[in-house]
Design a protein around this ligand. Structure first.
Ligand SMILES: Cc1ncc(C[n+]2csc(CCOP(=O)(O)OP(=O)(O)O)c2C)c(N)n1
Length: 542
């Protein structure tokens, strides 16, 4: 059997290829980003969507058409995709739909540490929880099988450690046979007006009851008999920490975290003197067991925060509530020395702006020496938050409010903020700065619809940020702040002084990506030129 050293993300990508996934789509977000990149590198059809909601809808469409689809995102991405997700649980799918949510307990690179196992419960969808790269590979096929057997989207919950740790992964000798997509009309099944949605909800609940029975007997759960004095119920990477922390205990490792195998867990808990649930983030499993009348110990509240590791699991088991040693201090992140954003933050500081910020490399403008960011909440929020501030603040403060947003974030969810700005303009106008470094830098330089290149850097349709803004009637200026820092500061001061709605595109490529962008753009230009002269032609070196 072939074995390769793979991260969890790469293992999912390999499994997606071996499972005949017809389409992989998603939006970048640590720790999930590498899945689609690796899937594309393996020859799979992988593409970035403008945001997670669109990605899920594209995946759903592919699965309505009978194909097998993969959709990837980080945990907060599922908030953006939640609207179609909940109703997709009613419509179900014809092919397969696996939705990877990569959670980030401890917030290695996220704005919150929400536990997306709660989404499985809320939406009523099955969820698998692999512990390591081998399980990520193996469970992926199980997810496809579950999805096809019950015609439901399946959630696949990974966490930072599972996504990024590497292990030898044995792959299948024979891939799954791919399906041939074909449209079969099913109006009551896919058009969720109330008359069709009411029975669809009942059908979903009936399916979940069937899956619960299936799960009770499934080998997705592993029971390891050990000491009867201590039983540990666990899922995901915590199973590995717990196995090292207490090798002699009895273990119930849950593979399908929703619906839970309640009756098997009841029997397991009854068979041991002390039963402890070891889980990262929220006490989701412990709460469900207690609600079912199963007496289990849950971790103390202090362990809801951050990742677990072997030492922390030992503390939970020893009921040790003494203060934990502080985490080793890493080097604080900072803007690159030659980042094109420096002059923008210098100008914002100089003009004493109140800055509604957003998520991306530019969030680092909050650090010294600028401290030029006053809010940062969610992707795209800078524009709405800036408008809200403008609406209520006294004039001398309102005039200084600026929204700043990156190019990828603008495309992701900033555009709807611009619509709000046009529709409900503040009395004193507003100024939005789009920090356009030509790439999604924060997550490792991914393309987006504003770059005009695909996930694999090939030429494709391009969204013009200034074109969009002008089409919405916004006074728009474009400037390279690095080449002309004084000009940028003057322009910003001018825009702040008018009661109009203004957008400044601060455009200069990310210093780390500039050379690559030049190369990709050259090849993309050649493709565009060839296609303009004779459609369909692609130059050999493109
Ligand atoms: C809903 C959501 N999806 C994905 C992410 C991960 N993420 C953080 S910032 C960012 C985009 C950054 O790109 P851009 O706006 O171009 O700014 P840059 O980093 O290039 O400065 C992404 C994808 C997130 N935080 N939230």
């Amino acid at each position: 059997m072939e074995k390769r050293l793979l991260s969890g993300d790469e293992a999912v990508a390999l499994a997606a290829r071996d499972a005949g996934i017809a389409l992989g789509t998603g939006y970048p977000g640590t720790p999930s980003t590498e899945i689609l990149e690796a899937f594309g590198a393996l020859g799979g059809r992988a593409q970035w969507a403008p945001n997670e909601k669109v990605a899920l809808e594209v995946g759903l469409g592919a699965a309505f058409g009978g194909g097998r689809a993969l959709v990837t995102m980080k945990h907060v991405g599922l908030n953006v995709a939640a609207d179609p997700l909940f109703t997709a649980a009613y419509t179900g799918v014809t092919g397969a739909l696996v939705v990877v949510t990569a959670d980030d307990p401890g917030m290695a690179s996220s704005q919150n540490e929400q536990d997306n196992r709660r989404y499985a419960i809320a939406a009523g969808l099955p969820m698998l929880s692999p512990a390591d790269p081998q399980e990520a590979y193996d469970y992926f096929f199980r997810a496809v099988e579950l999805s096809e057997r019950w015609s439901l989207p399946v959630l696949f919950r990974m966490t930072t450690r599972v996504c990024h740790s590497k292990a030898l992964v044995a792959s299948r000798a024979t891939p799954m046979t791919p399906r041939a997509p074909s449209f079969v009309r099913d109006i009551p099944g896919r058009v969720m007006v109330p008359a069709f949605a009411r029975p669809a909800h009942r059908k979903l609940r009936a399916k979940l009851a069937e899956i619960a029975t299936f799960g009770d007997a499934s080998d997705l759960h592993t029971v390891t008999e050990g000491s009867r004095d201590l039983g540990i119920i666990t899922d995901g990477v915590c199973a590995l920490h717990a196995a090292e922390a207490s090798p002699g205990a009895s273990f119930f490792k849950i593979g399908l975290v929703h619906p839970l195998p309640i009756e098997r867990l009841r029997a397991f808990a009854a068979g041991v003197k002390r039963c402890v649930v070891i889980e990262e983030s929220d006490p989701v499993i412990a709460e469900a067991l207690r609600a079912a009348g199963i007496a289990v110990e849950s971790k103390p509240e202090a362990f809801r925060f951050g990742e677990l590791d072997v030492a922390r699991v030992r503390r939970i088991l020893a009921r040790d509530l003494s203060p934990e040693p502080p985490l080793p201090r890493g080097k604080p992140p900072e803007l690159c020395a030659a980042c094109p954003y420096h002059p923008v933050f210098a100008a914002l500081r100089k003009l004493d702006c109140i800055v509604a910020g957003d998520i991306g490399c530019y969030t680092l403008g909050v650090m010294e020496p600028y401290r030029a960011l006053d809010t940062c909440v969610a992707m795209g929020a800078s524009i709405g938050v800036g408008l809200g501030l403008r609406h209520v603040l006294p004039a001398d403060q309102a005039r200084r409010v600026v929204s700043i947003i990156g190019d990828s974030t603008f495309i992701h969810s900033g555009v709807s903020g611009i619509m709000e700005m046009v529709y409900n303009p503040p009395e004193l106008g507003h100024v939005v700065i789009v920090l356009d470094n030509g790439i999604t830098a924060m997550t490792g330089q991914q393309e987006h619809p504003g770059t005009g290149r695909t996930l694999e850097h090939q030429a494709t349709g391009k969204i013009s940020i200034e074109g969009l803004a002008r089409a919405m009637g916004i006074d728009t200026a474009i400037l390279d702040p690095f080449a002309n820092p004084a000009g940028f500061a003057t322009l910003l001061a001018e825009k702040l002084a008018t009661p109009r709605l203004s957008l400044i595109v601060a455009r200069r490529p990310c210093v780390l990506a500039a050379a690559d962008i030049r190369g990709w753009e050259k090849a993309a230009e050649a493709t565009r030129a060839a296609q303009a002269c004779c459609p369909g032609a692609v130059p050999e070196d493109a």
